[in-house]
Ligand binder design. Structure first.
Ligand SMILES: *[C@@H]1O[C@H](CO)[C@@H](O)[C@H](O)[C@H]1NC(C)=O
Length: 288
Protein backbone atom coordinates (compact mmCIF):
# COMPACT_ATOMS: atom_id res chain seq x y z
CA UNK A 1 0.00 0.00 0.00
CA UNK A 2 2.75 2.38 1.02
CA UNK A 3 4.69 1.52 -2.11
CA UNK A 4 1.67 2.00 -4.24
CA UNK A 5 1.00 5.43 -2.78
CA UNK A 6 4.59 6.47 -3.11
CA UNK A 7 4.74 5.32 -6.74
CA UNK A 8 1.52 6.98 -7.75
CA UNK A 9 2.55 10.16 -6.01
CA UNK A 10 5.91 10.21 -7.79
CA UNK A 11 4.21 9.46 -11.05
CA UNK A 12 1.68 12.21 -10.49
CA UNK A 13 4.44 14.62 -9.61
CA UNK A 14 6.27 13.69 -12.77
CA UNK A 15 3.23 14.13 -14.92
CA UNK A 16 2.48 17.41 -13.19
CA UNK A 17 6.00 18.81 -13.60
CA UNK A 18 6.18 17.55 -17.13
CA UNK A 19 2.89 19.09 -18.14
CA UNK A 20 3.91 22.38 -16.59
CA UNK A 21 7.28 22.73 -18.15
CA UNK A 22 7.45 20.92 -21.43
CA UNK A 23 5.36 19.38 -24.06
CA UNK A 24 6.80 16.52 -26.01
CA UNK A 25 6.09 14.22 -28.88
CA UNK A 26 2.35 14.43 -29.57
CA UNK A 27 0.37 11.30 -30.35
CA UNK A 28 -0.98 12.95 -33.45
CA UNK A 29 -0.18 15.92 -35.62
CA UNK A 30 -3.41 17.72 -34.68
CA UNK A 31 -2.62 17.55 -30.98
CA UNK A 32 0.13 20.18 -31.32
CA UNK A 33 -0.55 21.72 -34.73
CA UNK A 34 -3.25 23.34 -36.80
CA UNK A 35 -3.52 23.82 -40.53
CA UNK A 36 -3.03 27.46 -41.49
CA UNK A 37 -3.25 27.30 -45.24
CA UNK A 38 -5.30 25.03 -47.51
CA UNK A 39 -6.86 22.18 -45.55
CA UNK A 40 -7.31 20.23 -48.75
CA UNK A 41 -3.53 20.14 -49.33
CA UNK A 42 -2.56 18.53 -46.03
CA UNK A 43 -3.47 14.88 -45.61
CA UNK A 44 -3.09 13.02 -42.37
CA UNK A 45 -1.62 9.57 -42.71
CA UNK A 46 -0.65 6.75 -40.33
CA UNK A 47 -3.60 7.52 -38.07
CA UNK A 48 -2.68 11.19 -37.86
CA UNK A 49 0.92 10.58 -36.79
CA UNK A 50 2.33 11.73 -40.12
CA UNK A 51 1.21 14.15 -42.79
CA UNK A 52 1.53 14.61 -46.50
CA UNK A 53 1.87 18.16 -47.82
CA UNK A 54 0.68 18.77 -51.35
CA UNK A 55 1.66 21.49 -53.80
CA UNK A 56 -0.21 21.78 -57.07
CA UNK A 57 -1.13 24.57 -59.41
CA UNK A 58 -4.11 25.55 -57.27
CA UNK A 59 -2.26 25.91 -53.96
CA UNK A 60 0.55 25.14 -51.56
CA UNK A 61 -0.16 24.66 -47.87
CA UNK A 62 1.04 25.32 -44.35
CA UNK A 63 0.67 24.44 -40.69
CA UNK A 64 1.59 25.97 -37.36
CA UNK A 65 1.89 24.92 -33.74
CA UNK A 66 -1.09 25.71 -31.53
CA UNK A 67 1.22 27.13 -28.88
CA UNK A 68 4.14 29.46 -28.93
CA UNK A 69 7.29 28.50 -27.01
CA UNK A 70 10.05 30.36 -25.24
CA UNK A 71 13.27 28.32 -25.56
CA UNK A 72 13.46 24.59 -26.13
CA UNK A 73 14.01 22.28 -29.01
CA UNK A 74 11.75 21.50 -31.91
CA UNK A 75 12.41 18.72 -34.33
CA UNK A 76 10.61 16.78 -37.02
CA UNK A 77 11.39 14.21 -39.64
CA UNK A 78 10.86 15.40 -43.19
CA UNK A 79 11.04 13.67 -46.56
CA UNK A 80 11.23 16.24 -49.31
CA UNK A 81 9.75 16.27 -52.81
CA UNK A 82 11.59 13.72 -54.96
CA UNK A 83 12.64 14.06 -58.58
CA UNK A 84 12.16 17.39 -60.27
CA UNK A 85 11.45 19.78 -57.39
CA UNK A 86 12.91 22.91 -58.98
CA UNK A 87 11.04 26.06 -57.99
CA UNK A 88 9.50 24.54 -54.85
CA UNK A 89 10.33 25.65 -51.33
CA UNK A 90 9.63 23.64 -48.20
CA UNK A 91 10.13 25.64 -45.04
CA UNK A 92 10.31 24.75 -41.38
CA UNK A 93 10.76 27.68 -39.01
CA UNK A 94 10.04 29.40 -35.72
CA UNK A 95 8.60 32.89 -35.74
CA UNK A 96 7.51 35.35 -33.07
CA UNK A 97 4.91 36.90 -35.39
CA UNK A 98 5.73 40.41 -34.18
CA UNK A 99 6.06 42.75 -37.15
CA UNK A 100 8.81 45.23 -36.38
CA UNK A 101 10.76 43.27 -33.82
CA UNK A 102 10.33 39.82 -35.28
CA UNK A 103 12.50 36.93 -34.12
CA UNK A 104 12.66 34.08 -36.59
CA UNK A 105 14.74 30.94 -37.10
CA UNK A 106 14.42 29.47 -40.60
CA UNK A 107 15.13 26.27 -42.42
CA UNK A 108 14.25 26.52 -46.11
CA UNK A 109 14.68 23.62 -48.51
CA UNK A 110 15.09 24.84 -52.06
CA UNK A 111 14.18 22.24 -54.68
CA UNK A 112 16.19 21.47 -57.79
CA UNK A 113 16.09 19.67 -61.11
CA UNK A 114 16.30 15.89 -60.96
CA UNK A 115 19.77 14.76 -59.93
CA UNK A 116 20.86 18.22 -58.77
CA UNK A 117 21.30 18.82 -55.05
CA UNK A 118 18.71 20.45 -52.82
CA UNK A 119 19.94 23.57 -51.06
CA UNK A 120 19.20 24.18 -47.40
CA UNK A 121 19.05 27.84 -46.53
CA UNK A 122 19.01 29.01 -42.93
CA UNK A 123 18.35 32.48 -41.61
CA UNK A 124 18.20 34.14 -38.20
CA UNK A 125 16.11 37.19 -37.38
CA UNK A 126 16.68 38.89 -34.05
CA UNK A 127 14.65 41.95 -33.01
CA UNK A 128 13.41 42.51 -36.55
CA UNK A 129 16.76 42.20 -38.30
CA UNK A 130 17.34 39.25 -40.64
CA UNK A 131 19.42 39.10 -43.82
CA UNK A 132 21.68 36.45 -42.31
CA UNK A 133 21.36 33.74 -44.95
CA UNK A 134 23.62 30.75 -45.12
CA UNK A 135 23.25 27.93 -47.63
CA UNK A 136 24.53 24.38 -47.64
CA UNK A 137 24.18 21.36 -49.88
CA UNK A 138 23.20 18.22 -48.05
CA UNK A 139 25.44 15.12 -48.00
CA UNK A 140 22.48 12.86 -48.79
CA UNK A 141 19.36 12.90 -50.92
CA UNK A 142 16.71 14.42 -48.59
CA UNK A 143 13.91 13.08 -50.79
CA UNK A 144 14.98 9.44 -50.52
CA UNK A 145 14.37 9.00 -46.80
CA UNK A 146 13.15 10.84 -43.74
CA UNK A 147 15.80 12.91 -41.96
CA UNK A 148 15.53 14.83 -38.71
CA UNK A 149 15.71 18.61 -38.79
CA UNK A 150 15.84 20.43 -35.48
CA UNK A 151 16.29 23.82 -33.92
CA UNK A 152 17.75 24.09 -30.43
CA UNK A 153 17.14 27.44 -28.78
CA UNK A 154 18.35 28.31 -25.30
CA UNK A 155 19.87 31.31 -23.49
CA UNK A 156 23.32 30.61 -24.94
CA UNK A 157 22.86 29.54 -28.53
CA UNK A 158 20.60 28.71 -31.41
CA UNK A 159 21.72 25.59 -33.29
CA UNK A 160 20.26 24.18 -36.51
CA UNK A 161 20.76 20.43 -36.80
CA UNK A 162 20.41 18.05 -39.71
CA UNK A 163 20.16 14.64 -38.08
CA UNK A 164 22.76 15.05 -35.34
CA UNK A 165 25.00 17.35 -37.31
CA UNK A 166 25.00 21.05 -36.42
CA UNK A 167 24.90 23.05 -39.64
CA UNK A 168 24.52 26.50 -38.11
CA UNK A 169 25.20 28.16 -34.78
CA UNK A 170 24.06 31.60 -33.67
CA UNK A 171 25.54 32.42 -30.29
CA UNK A 172 24.18 34.74 -27.67
CA UNK A 173 26.66 37.60 -28.02
CA UNK A 174 24.52 40.22 -26.33
CA UNK A 175 27.56 41.14 -24.24
CA UNK A 176 29.06 42.38 -27.52
CA UNK A 177 25.92 44.32 -28.40
CA UNK A 178 24.63 41.72 -30.87
CA UNK A 179 20.87 41.12 -30.73
CA UNK A 180 19.73 37.68 -29.60
CA UNK A 181 16.18 36.25 -29.65
CA UNK A 182 15.39 35.98 -25.97
CA UNK A 183 12.23 37.79 -24.97
CA UNK A 184 9.59 36.73 -27.44
CA UNK A 185 7.99 33.30 -27.66
CA UNK A 186 7.92 31.76 -31.11
CA UNK A 187 5.48 29.47 -32.88
CA UNK A 188 6.57 26.54 -35.03
CA UNK A 189 5.60 26.73 -38.68
CA UNK A 190 5.93 24.87 -41.92
CA UNK A 191 4.91 25.65 -45.48
CA UNK A 192 5.24 24.17 -48.93
CA UNK A 193 4.90 26.60 -51.76
CA UNK A 194 6.02 27.69 -55.19
CA UNK A 195 8.81 30.26 -55.36
CA UNK A 196 10.25 29.81 -58.80
CA UNK A 197 10.99 33.52 -59.07
CA UNK A 198 14.00 32.97 -56.77
CA UNK A 199 14.40 29.50 -55.30
CA UNK A 200 16.36 27.46 -57.81
CA UNK A 201 19.51 28.89 -59.35
CA UNK A 202 18.26 32.33 -58.42
CA UNK A 203 14.98 31.89 -60.32
CA UNK A 204 16.44 30.59 -63.58
CA UNK A 205 14.87 27.15 -63.12
CA UNK A 206 11.08 27.23 -63.28
CA UNK A 207 8.66 24.82 -61.68
CA UNK A 208 7.58 22.01 -64.04
CA UNK A 209 3.85 21.75 -63.40
CA UNK A 210 3.62 18.64 -65.56
CA UNK A 211 5.29 16.89 -62.58
CA UNK A 212 2.64 18.15 -60.12
CA UNK A 213 1.26 17.38 -57.62
CA UNK A 214 4.38 17.56 -55.48
CA UNK A 215 4.46 15.78 -52.14
CA UNK A 216 6.50 16.25 -48.97
CA UNK A 217 6.10 14.09 -45.85
CA UNK A 218 6.46 14.91 -42.16
CA UNK A 219 6.43 12.76 -39.04
CA UNK A 220 7.81 12.44 -35.50
CA UNK A 221 6.87 15.93 -34.45
CA UNK A 222 8.65 16.80 -31.25
CA UNK A 223 8.43 20.10 -29.43
CA UNK A 224 10.01 20.40 -26.02
CA UNK A 225 9.97 23.87 -24.61
CA UNK A 226 8.14 26.36 -22.43
CA UNK A 227 4.67 26.91 -23.84
CA UNK A 228 3.34 30.45 -23.82
CA UNK A 229 0.86 31.05 -22.31
CA UNK A 230 2.15 28.80 -19.56
CA UNK A 231 3.97 29.05 -16.26
CA UNK A 232 5.94 32.30 -16.28
CA UNK A 233 8.89 30.74 -14.50
CA UNK A 234 9.47 28.01 -17.07
CA UNK A 235 11.67 29.90 -19.54
CA UNK A 236 14.16 30.99 -16.91
CA UNK A 237 14.35 27.61 -15.19
CA UNK A 238 17.97 26.43 -15.42
CA UNK A 239 16.78 22.85 -14.87
CA UNK A 240 15.20 22.65 -18.32
CA UNK A 241 17.30 20.04 -20.14
CA UNK A 242 17.94 22.34 -23.11
CA UNK A 243 19.65 24.83 -20.76
CA UNK A 244 21.96 22.24 -19.22
CA UNK A 245 25.76 22.54 -19.64
CA UNK A 246 25.82 20.00 -22.50
CA UNK A 247 23.65 22.34 -24.58
CA UNK A 248 25.42 25.62 -23.88
CA UNK A 249 27.97 25.06 -26.62
CA UNK A 250 28.84 22.41 -29.17
CA UNK A 251 30.69 19.41 -27.78
CA UNK A 252 33.86 18.11 -29.43
CA UNK A 253 32.09 15.75 -31.81
CA UNK A 254 29.53 18.38 -32.81
CA UNK A 255 32.29 20.90 -33.35
CA UNK A 256 34.14 18.51 -35.63
CA UNK A 257 30.97 17.80 -37.62
CA UNK A 258 30.15 21.49 -37.82
CA UNK A 259 33.59 22.27 -39.22
CA UNK A 260 33.21 19.42 -41.71
CA UNK A 261 29.91 20.92 -42.94
CA UNK A 262 31.44 24.39 -43.23
CA UNK A 263 34.42 23.03 -45.09
CA UNK A 264 32.64 20.67 -47.47
CA UNK A 265 29.03 21.73 -47.81
CA UNK A 266 28.75 25.47 -47.28
CA UNK A 267 27.89 27.19 -50.55
CA UNK A 268 26.90 30.64 -49.35
CA UNK A 269 27.51 32.64 -46.20
CA UNK A 270 26.35 36.24 -45.76
CA UNK A 271 29.32 36.66 -43.44
CA UNK A 272 31.72 36.50 -46.37
CA UNK A 273 29.53 38.28 -48.94
CA UNK A 274 31.50 41.49 -49.36
CA UNK A 275 29.11 42.87 -52.00
CA UNK A 276 26.28 42.79 -49.46
CA UNK A 277 28.36 43.48 -46.37
CA UNK A 278 31.51 45.49 -47.06
CA UNK A 279 31.87 45.58 -43.28
CA UNK A 280 31.65 42.09 -41.80
CA UNK A 281 28.59 41.82 -39.49
CA UNK A 282 29.77 41.69 -35.85
CA UNK A 283 28.17 38.30 -35.07
CA UNK A 284 30.35 36.77 -37.81
CA UNK A 285 33.49 37.79 -35.94
CA UNK A 286 32.31 36.78 -32.49
CA UNK A 287 33.10 33.10 -32.94
CA UNK A 288 31.00 30.18 -31.83
C1 LIG B 1 20.78 23.21 -57.99
O1 LIG B 1 21.80 22.62 -58.74
C2 LIG B 1 22.75 23.52 -59.24
C3 LIG B 1 23.71 22.76 -60.14
O2 LIG B 1 24.29 21.68 -59.44
C4 LIG B 1 23.45 24.23 -58.09
O3 LIG B 1 24.32 25.21 -58.59
C5 LIG B 1 22.42 24.88 -57.18
O4 LIG B 1 23.04 25.41 -56.02
C6 LIG B 1 21.38 23.87 -56.75
N1 LIG B 1 20.37 24.41 -55.85
C7 LIG B 1 19.54 25.42 -56.10
C8 LIG B 1 18.53 25.70 -55.05
O5 LIG B 1 19.57 26.10 -57.08
Amino acid sequence: MATFTYTSLTLLLHIFTFALSVSARPATFLQDFRITWSDSHIKQIDGGQAIQLILDQSSGCGFASKNQYLFGRVSMKIKLIPGDSAGTVTAFYMNSDTDNVRDELDFEFLGNRTGQPYTVQTNVFAHGKGDREQRINLWFDPAAEFHTYSILWNHDQVVFFVDDVPIRVYKNNEAKGIPYPKLQPMGVYSTLWEADDWATRGGLEKIDWSKAPFYAYYKDFDIEGCPVPGPATCASNPNNWWESPAYKQLDAVQLRNYRWVRMNHLIYDYCTDKSRYPVTPPECLAGI
